[in-house]
Every structure is written in C-alpha cells, then in structure tokens.
Write a protein that binds this ligand. Structure first.
Ligand code: CA
Length: 236
C-alpha cells in the first residue's frame, strides 16, 4: 500500500452508488474505505483517520446529520454531505453541522472529484507542515490574533471555536483587510472551486462565523457586508 495515498471514507448505504464512487476514486489514486450505516461510519472515522468523508444524509442507524455533528466534536476532517433533496440541502446549510460542503444527487463523477480535491487541498494548506517561520505566522488585528501555526483565532485572548472553513474564511478576509470580495471570489479563494460551488455556502459560513466572532452578530463590526457586492474584513 502506498502511504502517500489520500484516504476517503465513503458513507453511503446504497451499494450501487457506493461501488461506483469507490471505483472512480480508486482509479484516481485514492485509498477508499466504505461504510453502509452511520454507526459504522463513526467507528471507521476513528480507525482509518480519513483525509475526507463523503457522507450520505439518509443512512441506517444514525443519519448523516448526526454523524457529521459527532465527527465534528473531535475532528476537522473535511466532510462533503451527499443530499438527495432540496430540503436536505436547506438543512445542511441551516444547521450548525460543520459540514464543509454538500452535493445533491445525482451528481457527476467529475464534479465529485473536483470537490474532493478542492476540499483536501484546502485542508492540507491549512494543516500543512509549512510552519518554519513561527513569528510571522502570528498576525495581529487589534483584539484579534490569528495563529497560523496552531491554527487558532483568539479574540481578546479567548480562543474562538471555529470549523476549518470558518477559520479559513476569516483568515482570508483579515489578510486582505478592507478589500471587498464577491461571494464567487470567496468560493474560489477559500473553498477552492472554480465553477461548481453554491454561493449560499458563503452566506451561511459568514453567518456562523459572525455568531462566534461578533459581540452582536446582527450588527457586525469585523466582517462587513458590502451591499450588492459581498464581504470584507475591517478592524473595529
Ligand atoms: Ca442513503
């Protein structure tokens, strides 16, 4: 076995779909583990420590929403939810699940592969070993400190409990202080998609980030909305 292979855990109870995903991912050089119910998925997440999880919503024993929440209690592994209906998409976007992304069935394999690669690349950029300049990896933004080594953001000295994507979004905006980005630009820069993303993902992540970051999320002082354009960061 090649140790450098990225590991994907595919959690999908429909065997025909699982098989075709596994076949295509292996062809692309991924190491694939499969799970057919939510409880088994939690066990395999711990035992195989995958680089990414593809997680179906409707599953026996534990549904994908519950699995996602439980994984998030302990891990920042990228999670792409596989949804079958628009109601499930709304739920993925609306709940505090901490999923990084979602795809609606039926989806094409090329799109799935693009999403998987974008999510893994993004995660490895953040978590990667490129941390030899300890000093320059701590950035100060008034009462916010972004520590790229520990990948922590502190506000007035208190660590904010952020998901990987929330961290990345805040870091990106803060590093380009006062510059306004469109949702499409943020999707491309922070999520790493060129064509496939849904801009609602950006709005939802901004909303969650504000709830954690701002004193009053309905009256933000860090992440500002530029009406009709997008978002920017400023120091209060
Ligand atoms: Ca299912």
């Amino acid at each position: 076995m090649d140790d450098s292979k990225k590991k994907i855990l595919v959690v999908e109870d429909e065997k025909s779909i699982s098989d075709i995903i596994k076949f295509n991912l292996e062809k692309e050089g991924f190491m694939v583990y499969t799970s057919y119910d939510g409880e088994d998925a939690l066990v395999k997440q711990v035992s195989h420590d995958p680089d990414l999880i593809l997680l179906d919503v409707m599953l026996p024993k534990l549904d994908g929403f519950t699995v996602c929440k439980k994984v998030r209690e302990k891990s920042n592994v990228p999670i792409i939810m596989l949804t079958a209906k628009e109601e499930e998409v709304d739920k993925v976007l609306g709940l505090e699940l901490g999923a990084d992304d979602y795809m609606t069935k039926p989806f094409g394999m090329r799109e799935l592969l693009a999403r998987i690669k974008a999510n893994i690349r993004r995660a490895s950029l953040t978590l990667g070993p490129d941390i030899d300049q300890a000093q320059s990896n701590i950035r100060d933004f008034g009462n916010l400190t972004i520590d790229l080594n520990r990948y922590e953001i502190r506000k007035n000295g208190e660590i904010l409990e952020l998901t990987l994507r929330e961290f990345e979004l805040l870091r990106y905006l803060a590093e380009h202080e006062n510059k306004v980005f469109s949702r499409e630009q943020l999707l491309e820069e922070v999520w790493g998609y060129e064509y496939y993303g849904d801009i609602r993902t950006v709005d939802v992540t901004v909303r969650r980030l504000r709830e954690k970051l701002e004193d009053d999320s309905s009256n933000p002082r860090y992440i500002m909305t530029k009406r009709g354009i997008g978002y920017y960061f400023r120091r209060p």
